[in-house]
Design a protein around this ligand. Structure first.
Ligand code: HEM
Ligand code: HEM
Length: 177
């Protein structure tokens, strides 16, 4: 008698992209660019740190948006419920935070003419908001990276990664023979 293969949800390309982009954006690029923001040399005209910070954060922000778009595609493909656990709710808040931070970064008010002047009130407000959003995005992004594997386990219904690899091998390689 042939035992039917268990129905195990697969890790489709969209979910794989979600995981890879999440690790790249929130585990690597954004913390790297953020640390440049914290450690940059003050009181010098050298702007290299700024170009590196802005480029890294734009790249990380785009990867973060890709991470969100790919999970929306995945959830639509498999029909899982939206925002059904803390990873999904916190993840959405982090993505909104990244978007606001990118808009905030680009809209930075310029310093008044003349070196050594006090920052304007608009500039102080910008800096305060940039710091708060940066803290939220970096800390909650890292927290969500830790919550992700738990959601993946329950999505896979307790199947081991070995079983999934075997089923994927059957689906892709054996069925194409
Ligand atoms: C900071 C990084 C991450 C963010 C911002 C994020 C964001 C999200 C969001 C917003 C959703 C909900 C989609 C919806 O309901 O429409 C989601 C779902 C999901 N995420 Fe993440 N995620 C991140 C990292 C990860 C990691 C590292 C993993 C796995 C190792 C992961 C695995 C999943 C899974 C399995 C789902 C549910 C898919 C389903 O229910 O079908 N995520 N994520
Ligand atoms: C998700 C995106 C971003 C994150 C997480 C982020 C994070 C940070 C952090 C942690 C700091 C240091 C704050 C402190 O001193 O306590 C900082 C400073 C700064 N960021 Fe960003 N940033 C982002 C995007 C951007 C963008 C797109 C721009 C400009 C195009 C920008 C421009 C700046 C500038 C000019 C400072 C220095 C402010 C000062 O010391 O006066 N940031 N950022």
């Amino acid at each position: 008698m042939i035992t039917p293969l268990p129905m195990v949800p697969t890790i489709d390309a969209a979910l794989a992209a979600h995981i890879v982009l999440a690790l790249f954006a929130f585990g690597f690029v954004l913390p790297l660019g953020g640390s440049l923001g914290y450690c940059h040399p003050r009181g010098t005209k050298d702007k290299r740190w700024f170009y590196a910070h802005a480029s890294l954060q734009l790249l990380g922000g785009l990867a973060g948006l890709g991470c969100w778009i790919s999970t929306v595609v995945h959830v639509n493909n498999v029909g899982s419920p939206n925002f059904s656990n803390s990873h999904e709710i916190l993840g959405m808040a982090v993505i909104v935070g990244v978007l606001l931070q990118l808009i905030n970064g680009i809209c930075r008010p310029h310093l008044p003419e003349g070196a050594g002047t006090e920052p304007s009130p608009q500039r102080k407000a910008w800096y305060g908001l940039h710091r708060v959003l940066a803290f939220f995005v970096l800390i909650c992004g890292a927290t969500n990276l830790l919550l992700g594997p738990g959601v993946l386990d329950s999505y896979l219904g307790g199947a081991t990664y070995f079983q999934i690899a075997g089923l994927e091998y059957n689906r892709v390689v054996v069925s194409s023979m």
